[in-house]
Design a binder for this molecule. Structure first.
Ligand code: SAH
Length: 271
């Protein structure tokens, strides 16, 4: 991954104290779009942070992000140190609209426009851990949304591909990723139902919208030993891990989740 040498623009954003909600199942789900009452007002950060200042001053969200990882993610059993480091690094507040920025490090999904949501931080961490992304691994994400999950993956490997079906979100995410120095992420506007054949095979594929059944092309685009992490179901969904072996595909159910439904070609199967 290539990171910009300049201090990113999100450093100039607002500081926010963090209130924690209870544990949830929030993937990309509208269901968990509650706001905690009585949230303290955000404090203004310096407009032009001093690049020589300690990190806590340059990034007013650093403490909130560390607390998010400790209290929402480590406390619930995510242990992979590379995943925890990535979650401590990616500026989640820079991926959400300004109107909800003060809630960026809270324990639930947030709206990102076009009726879609950025997943709860814990769910992003769990999916990333289940995908077991080694340095150099080739990874596909279906459902770019804000670009946040793609940025977390880009902290782990240089070969991240991500597809988004809503053009406005695809364009906005590509811009955000580039601005924050995640220029190595390959973005595409389109239907992820058929994967990204030209870039296959993948070591891991993450789908961040719920599918009634696993799209066959995604399993075909896994290399042997590769993992597909995908929420499967309609009203009731489970996060599944499909591991491709030489002869078959092994399936394991990880946890119940709630994501927005996958749209596009897969909807034909629903009718
Ligand atoms: N991973 C995102 C959150 C995703 S929300 C993040 O980190 O912010 C689910 C996203 O999947 C939505 O943006 C939705 O538009 C997208 N989506 C739904 N069906 C899709 C499909 N068939 N192909 C690609 N993207 C799809």
């Amino acid at each position: 991954m290539t990171r910009s040498p300049h201090p990113p623009r999100w450093l100039a954003a607002l500081a926010v104290p963090l209130l924690l909600a209870g544990a949830g199942l929030g993937g990309c789900g509208e269901g968990a779009l509650r706001r905690s009452r009585g949230a303290p007002a955000a404090a203004a950060a310096p407009a032009d942070p001093d690049p020589a200042a300690p990190p806590s001053v340059r990034d007013p969200y650093a403490a909130a992000r560390r607390r998010m990882v400790a209290e929402q993610i480590e406390a619930r059993g995510v242990t992979d140190p590379r995943v925890l480091a990535a979650m401590r690094t990616v500026p989640r507040h820079a991926f959400v609209p300004e109107s909800v920025r003060e809630d960026a490090y809270r324990d639930h999904p947030l709206p990102i426009g076009h009726g879609q949501t950025i997943s709860q931080p814990y769910i992003v961490a769990v999916m990333t851990e289940l995908a077991r992304v080694e340095a150099g691994a080739r990874v596909l994400e279906v459902g770019t949304g804000s670009g946040y999950q793609a940025a977390v993956l880009a902290e782990l490997t240089d070969a991240v591909y991500t597809i988004e079906i809503v053009e406005g979100l695809a364009n906005a995410a590509a811009r955000t990723l580039a601005e924050l120095g995640y220029g190595s992420v390959r973005t595409r506007h389109g239907d992820g139902y058929r994967g990204w054949p030209e870039a296959a095979p993948f070591d891991a594929i993450l789908v961040t919208a719920a599918a009634p059944a696993v799209p066959p092309a995604l399993l075909e685009q896994l290399r042997v030993g590769g993992r597909l992490v995908i929420p499967v179901g309609d009203a009731y969904q489970e996060l599944e891990v499909h591991t491709r072996t030489a002869e078959a595909v092994e399936v394991r159910r990880a946890l119940p989740v709630r994501f927005v439904p996958m749209t596009g070609e897969i909807e034909k199967d629903r009718r």
